[in-house]
Every structure is written in structure tokens, then in C-alpha cells.
Design a binder for this molecule. Structure first.
Ligand SMILES: *Cc1c(COP(=O)(O)O)cnc(C)c1O
Length: 385
């Protein structure tokens, strides 16, 4: 009975619409122009202005952003890319898409992010790029070792899919000097376009390359194309431009981003306070003073049983993520990563989205507490039997 009364606690994540998204989409539909239009360009300008950077280039997804960034950084066959195993599989697939190989590394067990030492230890003669993942929204960066890496010809490509809006001190993620930063605006991210992504370039040459790449290597504008009998393909390219339909959703979301920041921080802190007295769980701190939290994760043992118990009570728990080095598709690059494997067995993502109320969170935490007790009692009985 308690389950059905809390439908929002059943969902692990999801978009939060502020009300103008649908009419913004309707306007684009009525215009008859759905592709890359002025709406997409306005979205890019607004993202750049928000982040405090010169430029932002919109693409179809976070995965496309990572793929494009790797291409622009010149990463290809024979190259190695340093990446934490603890990330969404999209990060790794983007590396394979350019024909490079992932070199999986460990994470800091507290932040679930890479740190400087781990990255430097993994560098080889073949390393062409590092992809730090800003896990859960945490505003980590490789600032102090950027220069050293770039001097060695290694690009720093941030996977900031979780971290739109997060701060590093006084600068937004995306403005902290990485070679390139990639955001995702997928359905469950802090800001959504429905589906979409952005690459933050650091130079205008990078920006031009991304703009060519995302339009199938065709550099002519729509107006130029309308006046000639042909079109010119100048370089390799893909169909990666963000549609005006998706950009319109993103623009409507951006109008209310202050509210998103406030809500996500507030909900995360409510969780933190409610989880405080609970024994046997450790909250993964994302640093809510500077981060816009994307996940609310705890570590708990035995996670799988607690997960099942909470699911059976109607709570939308999830796991971010099963480690990539253990995935069948990435087996050729498997290596022993004990810290990541332990985290992979313990992390549990509690429902975290902007429809949650304080009561929902109290309910989730109460169910978590009971689940831990139930699971531990069963294990105890199992041991006695
Ligand atoms: C969501 C996500 C991506 C991919 O973004 P899409 O927009 O879904 O393609 C990449 N990395 C991480 C860490 C993500 O969470």
C-alpha cells in the first residue's frame, strides 16, 4: 500500500519539465524547420554564456560529443585512451568508435573519480588522451597536471555528462581549461534536450572542425546550397547536428536552470541528513557546495540483496555502474582493478530526480534501513543453519 502512494519513489531518475518545453517544440514543428537552425545556434550561445566560455557546439548526444571530441583531438587507431572503468559504457564505446583502445584505470574510492596520480601512472608511449569522468556531478578536474599532459601530446577530454552546472571554485565545469569538455543532455541528465550533447572547444580551430564534422563534412550553409546544383564534401563527417526540436527543449530548460540547481542540491542534502544516522551505509559525497548533484549514491553491503529487497518494496534503486572492464565487449582490455570491482559491488543509486518530495526521501531511507536489517538478519539465519 505504501508503494503505490509514492509513485515518484519508484523511479530512479527522470526529466523534470518546467512547462514551456512543449510549446517551444510546437513552435519549431510549426516552423517546418527541424534540423540545424537558428534555434540550435541560440542554444549554443546560451550554453556558452551560461558556462562563461567563448563557444559551445551542440551535437546529437553525449556519446556523439565524446566521439567528436576524440576525433578532433586526433585520437585514432594505435592510440590508447586512459579512462576509468567506473563510468557509463558510452565513454568506452566512443573510444572504440575512433579505433583507439581503452586503458582502464582505478578510481579514488571516496570520490569514484580518477585522481592525478592514477592518471600519471597509466601514461604510456601510446597514450593520446585521458577522459576523466566527473562522476555524480563532482567537479573534479586534472587542472594541476593539464600542462604536463598536453606537453606530452595527451588531450584531456572531460566526460562531464553528469556535471552540467557544477563549479570548480569560481569556474563552471567546461571553463576550467580541459582540451575539450563533453556534456550530455539526455533524458535523465541535469538539463535535458530530450536527447542531445555539447562539446566545449578551447580554440576556434577545434570549434570549426566540430562544426564541419557534425554536418557530414559539408561546409556550405543551407542558403548557399539552395542556390547551387551541387554541394561540396570537404572532410570526413557524421550526422551529429542537434535538431531545432531538441535545442528548443534545452532552451526552455535552461531558462529554469537556477531552480534545477537549487532543487537538486536541496534534495541531495535532505538525503544526506536522513542517511546520517543509518548504520551500514556510506553516502558518496559529490560536494554539493560546488556540484549540481546528478546521483545520490550510497555504498552498502551486500548490495545485490539490498537492491532486490528495495525493488520488492517499490523503490526505484539503480546501479551506476557495473564496471566496464568486466563487460564482455571490453574483455580484450580487462585488467585487475580491485578498487573499482569493490565499488561495482557496493554502489547503489537511490531515486534522485526533481519530482521527489521530502516525504518521498524519508520513505526511501526508511525502506533502505529496513532492507539492510532484513538482509542482514537473513544472512545471520543462513549462517546459523
Ligand atoms: C549519459 C552519459 C554519457 C552519454 O550521453 P548520452 O547523451 O546518453 O549519449 C556518457 N558518459 C556518462 C558518464 C553518462 O552518464
Amino acid at each position: 500500500m505504501m508503494n503505490s502512494s509514492r509513485p515518484d519513489a519508484r523511479r530512479n531518475a527522470g526529466p523534470y519539465l518546467y512547462g514551456r518545453e512543449a510549446s517551444a517544440v510546437a513552435q519549431v514543428l510549426e516552423s517546418g524547420q527541424y534540423g540545424h537552425t537558428g534555434v540550435t545556434e541560440e542554444f549554443e550561445r546560451r550554453i556558452a554564456a551560461f558556462l562563461g566560455v567563448d563557444d559551445a557546439v551542440a551535437v546529437t548526444s553525449g556519446t556523439a560529443a565524446l566521439h567528436t571530441a576524440l576525433l578532433v583531438a586526433g585520437v585514432g587507431p594505435g592510440d590508447e585512451v586512459i579512462v576509468p572503468s567506473m563510468t557509463f559504457c558510452a565513454t568506452v564505446q566512443a573510444i572504440l568508435a575512433v579505433g583507439a583502445t581503452p586503458r582502464f584505470i582505478e578510481i579514488n574510492p571516496v570520490t569514484l573519480c580518477v585522481d592525478h596520480q592514477l592518471v600519471l601512472e597509466a601514461v604510456t608511449a601510446d597514450t593520446a588522451a585521458v577522459i576523466p569522468v566527473l562522476f555524480g556531478g563532482r567537479a573534479v578536474n586534472l587542472g594541476p597536471i593539464h600542462c604536463e599532459l598536453e606537453e606530452r601530446g595527451i588531450a584531456v577530454i572531460e566526460d562531464a555528462a553528469h556535471a552540467f552546472g557544477s563549479y570548480d571554485g569560481t569556474r563552471h565545469v567546461g571553463a576550467t581549461g580541459a582540451t575539450l569538455t563533453c556534456f550530455s543532455f539526455g533524458p535523465i541528465k541535469n538539463l535535458t534536450c530530450g536527447q542531445g550533447g555539447v562539446v566545449i572547444p578551447r580554440t576556434s580551430e577545434q570549434a570549426d572542425m566540430i562544426r564541419r564534422l557534425r554536418l557530414l563534412g559539408v561546409t556550405q550553409s543551407q542558403t548557399e546550397r539552395a542556390t547551387t546544383t551541387t554541394y561540396q564534401v570537404d572532410s570526413f563527417g557524421l550526422r551529429y547536428q542537434l535538431s531545432a526540436i531538441n535545442a528548443a527543449i534545452g532552451l526552455a530548460q535552461l531558462d529554469h536552470f537556477d531552480s534545477t540547481v537549487e532543487t537538486r542540491r536541496r534534495l541531495w542534502c535532505i538525503y544526506r541528513d536522513a542517511l546520517g544516522p543509518l548504520e551500514g551505509v556510506t553516502l558518496v559525497d559529490v560536494g554539493p557546495q560546488t556540484a549540481v548533484p546528478h546521483l545520490c549514491q550510497v555504498r552498502v553491503h551486500p548490495r545485490d540483496q539490498v537492491f532486490q529487497e528495495m525493488r520488492s518494496q517499490g523503490i526505484g534503486v539503480g546501479v551506476h555502474y557495473p564496471p566496464n572492464h568486466l563487460q564482455p565487449a571490453f574483455a580484450p582490455w580487462r585488467r585487475a582493478l580491485p578498487v573499482t570491482e569493490k565499488a561495482g559491488q557496493e554502489v547503489l543509486s537511490l531515486p534522485f530526480h526533481q519530482h521527489l518530495t521530502e516525504d518521498d526521501i524519508a520513505h526511501v531511507v526508511a525502506v533502505l534501513g529496513r532492507a539492510i536489517e532484513t538482509v542482514r538478519a537473513e544472512r545471520h539465519i543462513g549462517r546459523l543453519a
